[in-house]
Write a protein that binds this ligand. Structure first.
Ligand code: SAM
Length: 445
């Protein structure tokens, strides 16, 4: 597991010489190739970033003709990997979002996991791990929680060979230490000049591996991990690719496990039936299969389109979709109408949204606004619900309102930045990113 294996690209997505004339092979074809291979939605990083990476690779290969480069890209897996290295965003740092590691400490101590790991090793996955700061932060957190090294295993996977090499070397500069409290650096690192070398004890707790989450042979097997960190990956994917990635995570996560995702990524989980672990600012979810059988939802993973179609169909003709964890013969439990009266409490409304009852959650939010007035919380949730329903245009004004009511609303800011970028409003997205940077630099964040 510790050794890098050949990169598994998505089956059927090997570089293919398209049947278009050489002159028509443009950046668009390169964007499509990157999407098919690694899932990258060019709009998420800006099309100019893909163009710049292509230019960089062409210069490195001594080429000036796009068509010649396209031919080389199709002929060489090595060049494709180099292009991937040039487009990935390896941005990460130790203890990125400190609430996340507090949440990790609380879930590994909670009843569910304690029972599960009594006679088992705690298994965790950091996907993507980039240059290693995330899995090493996980290791430090577990040691500080009193887990001995032989009671847990951390697998750390990324598509970038370059990032993995840095991760394995475990030598870090100032940029990797952006969290406010740096006490952990004194405990676990040795300073050599302007760099910090991670102690071997922590290095040895993590097994790094090259992998593409969309590869057909990505981590075969089921229900392997108690905890999966999949933070700041889905933001680079379009909806269909996010769905494919969530299916992989569902397969790998144990029914009693926890999924940690990034602040801008909770929207997509709403349309699956992940259950919020309700840990403030940490974005932690439990899989649908963790619900008691009587309340088990109809399907593990469904797109919003499926949901909408199912609702439109007469009840008697609705297809029943068996859960991955249910025996084939188990009777399907019909989706119950969520409520007759909209619930009023924040918890109840959030639960509705988390369970995928988006219409009901939206109505309950509106009723909450009628009763209690507009708040950043309701606006943010309304934005998330619109976004989960695939309606970015309607989500944007809600996130703006949330920010008007609470100018430091981190989640609203991250969602808005992403949506503006996707809508082609690069200026608006950059302004929002600048606000985010200022906010994360504030003490206490
Ligand atoms: C912004 S970093 C996130 C790192 C860390 N999880 C965090 O939140 O700080 C995104 C990483 O995703 C990796 N990546 C992109 N596409 C991938 C794929 N299809 N499979 C695995 N890793 C991928 C990139 O190489 C990059 O290191």
């Amino acid at each position: 597991m510790g050794r890098a294996e050949p990169l598994a690209f998505r089956r059927g997505a090997k570089p293919v010489v398209h049947a278009r004339s050489a002159g028509a092979m443009t950046l668009e074809a390169i964007e499509q190739l990157l999407k098919d291979t690694m899932g990258l939605d060019a709009a998420s990083i800006g099309r100019s970033a893909v163009a710049r990476a292509t230019q960089e690779r062409m210069s490195a290969s001594g080429l000036s003709d796009h068509q010649v480069y396209w031919a080389q890209l199709n002929a060489s897996a090595h060049e494709l990997q180099e292009l991937i290295e040039a487009v990935v965003v390896p941005e990460t740092w130790f203890f990125r979002d400190k609430e996340v590691y507090r949440a990790l400490a609380s879930v590994v101590r909670d009843g569910h996991l304690q029972n599960a790991i009594q006679c088992d090793t705690l298994r965790l996955l950091s996907l993507p791990c980039s240059t290693g700061e995330e899995p090493y932060s996980i290791a430090m957190t577990l040691l500080e929680c009193g887990f001995p090294l032989d009671r847990f295993v951390i697998d750390a996977v990324d598509i970038s060979t370059r990032s993995l090499a840095l991760a394995r070397s475990a030598v870090y500069g100032a940029n990797s230490f952006r969290s406010g409290d740096l006490g952990f650096r004194q405990t676990h690192f040795e300073q050599v000049g302007t760099f910090w070398h991670l102690h071997d004890r922590i290095r040895q707790a993590v097994r790094f591996q090259l992998g593409n989450v969309l590869g057909s042979d990505f981590f075969p097997g089921e229900a392997i991990y108690h905890v999966i960190f999949c933070r700041n990956l889905l933001i680079y994917f379009d909806r269909a690719t996010q769905e494919a990635c969530i299916k992989v995570l569902l397969r790998l996560l144990k029914p009693e496990g926890y999924l940690f995702i990034g602040p801008a990524e909770s929207g997509v989980l709403l349309s699956h039936r992940f259950i919020s672990a309700k840990i403030a600012n940490a974005f932690v979810f439990r899989p649908p299969s963790s619900m008691p059988a009587a309340k088990a939802p109809v399907a593990v993973s469904k797109s919003m389109d499926d949901l909408v179609r199912q609702r439109a169909a007469p009840a008697a003709t609705r297809p029943s979709i068996p859960s991955r964890h249910a025996p084939a013969t188990r009777p399907t439990i019909e989706r119950q109408p969520a409520v007759s009266m909209p619930p009023d409490s924040r918890d109840a409304i959030t639960r509705l949204a988390d369970q995928g009852h988006l219409d009901e959650a939206s109505k309950a939010c509106e009723a909450h606004i009628q009763a209690h007035g507009l708040s950043a919380w309701t606006c943010h949730l309304m934005g998330l619900i619109r976004q989960a329903a695939g309606n970015a245009r309607d989500a944007i004004p809600y996130f703006r309102k949330a920010l008007y009511l609470d100018p430091n609303h981190y989640e609203a800011m991250t969602h808005l930045a992403l949506l503006l970028e996707k809508q082609g409003d690069a200026t608006g997205a950059q302004a929002m990113q600048r606000r985010l940077k200022r906010l994360t630099r504030q003490p206490g964040r």
